[in-house]
Design a binder for this molecule. Structure first.
Ligand SMILES: [Zn+2]
Length: 59
């Protein structure tokens, strides 16, 4: 048994927010990937559509 096999047997950490696996991260990180930590896009408030109303004339 070598070292690589040991690390290979370790379960992958998954992001708490997006659920993506974080295999390249160190233990200093919590269960949140840097992407979710850097730019958190919590859908707390209703997002206003950037597109104009459907009754508007098409460009
Ligand atoms: Zn994430």
């Amino acid at each position: 048994m070598n070292t690589s096999e040991f690390y290979d047997a370790l379960p992958l950490k998954a992001c708490d927010t997006c659920g993506e696996t974080m295999e390249e991260l160190a233990d200093c990180y919590s269960n949140t990937c840097p992407k979710c930590k850097g730019l958190t896009f919590y859908p707390l408030s209703p997002v206003t559509p950037a597109t104009p109303p459907s009754d508007a004339d098409p460009a």
